[in-house]
Design a protein around this ligand. Structure first.
Ligand code: SF4
Length: 458
């Protein structure tokens, strides 16, 4: 039976030759990831169902990454991290990317003490989806389950990756398996290459605009076509990341040489390498539908509030005045995102308050080290008037407590490189969020209104 890439991945994990769309299969899980928001709840269910003295099925396959509400004085948020730390110590989970190095210590956020990343947290890894890849936990052929809806990001590496709730995650903790209904697949054939000023974010916003926020509900989004080779690994992560904004169960790219190079390097650098298998869809696999996208014909777009499917060309929104710009998150706070942003604001000054949050400490290091025109990216951003933080993490992408960096504490209009623009997502319920690529966010920050980045390219 001809198989899509998702069907092949699930068949492999279920120990079967093939699976059929709609079939429910019990699959092995290669990696379970959780974080500070859902981890404590998952641990609670695990202990309730398996017992207080229960052990996780395999501590080497459990990855715990506190990242959401880290840099806050909110005690409930800090308690969540304490819960993760205690559980990691109890279970011998070494892939716990703690915010401190002292396993006995009780860390408390102190803004006056300066950036945590440079003082204490050598293990701290930043936003989970970026960190999973950087630390070598994403591999072709595997099944990665996470307690976060944007776990689909890891589909960029040719694996089945999806977000689940605390109950499912607790079951995985106990037995290392999960029941999954095999989704039908939508195929997106990417042809050509993006024009200057058009980014991967524009690709996925274009797709979500086409299919709607529920157009891929419990379906797999499978990417194909020659255009994939023109997209970097980070581009593919941006696209896979937002598959869930169309309701997708997972989003997946076939692995290629670039994928393997990235995975091999990350595994080697972090001591997390293990053998993996690159799978490909069969040529005669059956898809729910196929959409061909000429990458060269795409233009910069924004998603207007209140949801990511309200997609229009940026050039049609120049009358939208902005109060704020924000660059950050697993979608738009990676190294290449800041590269694009810095290239546009270099030597210029933003017209509105603009916040920048590196997704991970590795992105922060990139900003401190990479140069453009003899200046580091960090200095370019600061000189342009961008308020930067060295505290890498989710920050205001999910609003968070009132003292969260960049949070919208009043009803502002913001252009953001994040992935959701629902009411209240970045704080104030009345705030209006326009989702955009880093290039569009940069051009708009300079203009004070939504702008087409092609007119601001250096
Ligand atoms: S950066 Fe935003 S979307 Fe990504 S994991 Fe954090 S809160 Fe979720």
């Amino acid at each position: 039976m001809a198989q899509t890439l998702t069907e092949k991945l699930l068949a492999r994990a279920a120990g079967k030759d093939a699976v059929a769309t709609g079939e429910t299969v019990l699959t092995d899980v290669d990696v379970l990831m959780t974080h500070d928001v859902c981890g404590p709840g998952t641990i609670g269910v695990f202990k309730r169902e398996f017992g207080d003295s229960a052990r996780v099925w395999d501590p080497r396959r459990v990855v715990i990454i506190p990242d959401h509400y880290i840099f806050t004085s909110d005690e409930r948020c800090q308690r969540n991290v304490d819960t993760l730390r205690a559980f990691a110590n109890e279970q011998g989970i070494e892939t716990f990317y703690d915010v401190i190095d002292d396993p006995q210590g009780r860390w408390r956020f102190d803004a006056a003490a300066g950036p945590l990343t440079s003082q204490h947290g050598r293990r701290y890894a930043g936003v989970c989806h970026s960190a999973l890849a950087e630390k070598g936990h994403t591999r072709p052929g595997e099944v990665l389950i996470g307690t976060d809806s944007h776990t689909c990001t890891a589909g960029a590496f040719g694996e089945f990756a999806t977000g689940v709730g605390n109950t499912d995650a607790a079951f995985v903790l106990g037995v290392g398996k999960i029941l999954l209904r095999v989704p039908e697949s939508m195929r997106f054939v990417l042809d050509g290459a993006l024009a200057d000023g058009v980014m991967a974010k524009d690709v996925i916003l274009h797709i979500i605009g086409l299919v709607g926020v529920d157009g891929a509900t419990y379906r797999a989004m499978e990417f194909a076509g020659d255009g994939i080779a023109s997209l970097s690994i980070e581009d593919r992560m941006t696209i896979a990341n937002m598959g869930v904004e169309a309701g997708a169960k997972n989003a997946v790219f076939p692995a290629d040489r670039a994928t393997c190079d990235f995975v091999d390097a990350a595994g080697k650098a972090n001591g997390t390498a293990r053998p993996y298998e690159c799978l490909s869809p069969d040529g005669d696999a059956v898809y729910a539908d196929t959409t061909v996208i000429d990458l060269s014909a795409l233009e910069p777009v924004v998603a207007q509030p209140p949801d990511p499917a309200q997609v229009v060309p940026a050039r049609q929104c120049t009358d939208v005045k902005l109060d704020r710009a924000y660059i950050g998150s697993c979608t738009g706070g990676k190294g290449s995102d800041f590269d694009a942003f810095a290239a546009i604001v270099r030597g210029r000054t933003v017209a509105i308050e603009t916040f920048g949050v590196p997704a991970t400490p590795a992105v922060l290091a990139h900003l401190r080290q990479a140069t453009l025109g003899g200046q580091t990216l960090w200095d370019i951003l600061v000189d342009a008037g961008v308020t930067m933080t060295a505290n890498a993490g989710c920050a205001a992408c999910l609003g968070g407590p009132g003292d969260t960096f960049g949070r919208m504490n009043e009803p502002l209009t913001c252009i953001s490189t994040t992935n959701r623009n629902f009411p209240g997502r970045m704080g104030d319920l009345q705030g209006r969020i326009y989702l955009a690529s880093p290039a569009t966010a940069a051009a708009s920050a300079l203009a004070g209104h939504i702008a087409d980045p092609r007119e601001a390219l250096p």
